[in-house]
Ligand binder design. Structure first.
Ligand code: NAD
Length: 253
């Protein structure tokens, strides 16, 4: 099993869903974790308690990821609690709502870009100084199958923002290569039992997504966590600027 002992990680949007799965995966491999949340303090406290039961240190840190000021403060709190930072996982993101481009308000468009691409930019920016002090620094960003295939109905701007994260990841990998900071993205397909799909996808759409995956099942948060744990490991040290598709083979459908 991958050994992440003595690893200090910050996972954004880790109160539930994929973020919680990633936080627990990192902790199970030996990492201490700062659990970021936006508004669900109870869910974040539950993730913290689950990590502590695994014998690792954890704390909850709050910020609206659309605010640079709050993100700077949140990253500083995480670094202070952990005593440094080795792994940053920018998981927080949101579809906001399914709206066709022809009907989308300018404000909605800006919000979708800001909570996905903007949040990834400002969280990475806030963490770079601390990561430069690490012996094995890693950044992992959250793209999506939507970045490749344009997403489902009413998710054009979400797909564009997730494609932007893919480009951002490639560019940042080049920029931070000299610092030995690896930067990679994961691009999940349909991950079941998440607020994302429970809120925005019909049962019929969820069945279609399962049929579209050659592997013949939906993804689980553990599937995403396993890839993130690998990207955080010493073994992944020569892997940077990549996007790992975790979609059961769905792409390019
Ligand atoms: N569920 C899927 O199938 C799927 C597929 C591909 C990509 N993703 C991506 O995975 C990530 C996690 O999604 P999920 O499915 O677990 O859904 P989720 O809604 O449970 O998680 C989103 C997280 O982002 C946080 N967040 C959103 N807006 C925020 C804000 N303004 N400030 C602070 N935190 C904020 C939420 O608190 C939440 O913890 C997202 O980036 C999503 O786009 C999900």
């Amino acid at each position: 099993m991958t050994d992440l002992s003595d690893t200090r990680a910050l996972v954004t949007g880790a109160g539930h869903g994929i973020g919680r799965g990633i936080a627990l995966g990192l902790a199970a491999a030996g990492a201490d974790v700062a659990v970021h949340y936006g508004s669900s303090a109870d869910a974040a406290a539950e993730t913290v308690s689950m990590i502590e039961k695994l014998g690792r240190k954890a704390t909850a840190v709050q910020a609206d990821v659309t605010s640079a000021e709050q993100v700077d403060r949140m990253v500083a709190e995480a670094v202070s609690f952990l005593g440094g930072l080795d792994v940053l996982v920018c998981n927080a993101g949101h579809l906001i709502g399914r709206v066709p481009v022809a009907e989308m308000a300018e404000e909605h468009y800006q919000r979708v870009v800001d909570v996905n691409l903007g949040a990834t930019f400002r969280t990475c920016k806030a963490a770079i100084e601390a990561l430069r002090e690490s012996d094995r620094p890693r950044i992992i960003t959250m793209s999506s199958l939507a970045a490749h295939n344009g997403g489902g109905p009413g998710s054009v701007i979400y797909a564009a923002a997730k494609a932007g994260i893919r480009g951002f990841t490639k560019g940042l990998a080049k920029e931070l290569g000299p610092d030995k900071i690896t930067v990679n993205a994961v691009a999940p397909g349909y991950i079941a039992d998440t607020a994302f799909h429970n809120t925005f996808s019909t049962a019929e759409a969820q069945q279609t997504m399962i049929r579209n995956a050659p592997i013949g099942r939906s993804g689980q948060v553990e599937d995403v966590a396993a890839a993130v744990v690998f990207l955080a490991s010493a073994e992944a040290g020569y892997l940077t600027g990549s996007t790992l598709d975790i979609d059961g083979g769905t792409w390019p459908r």
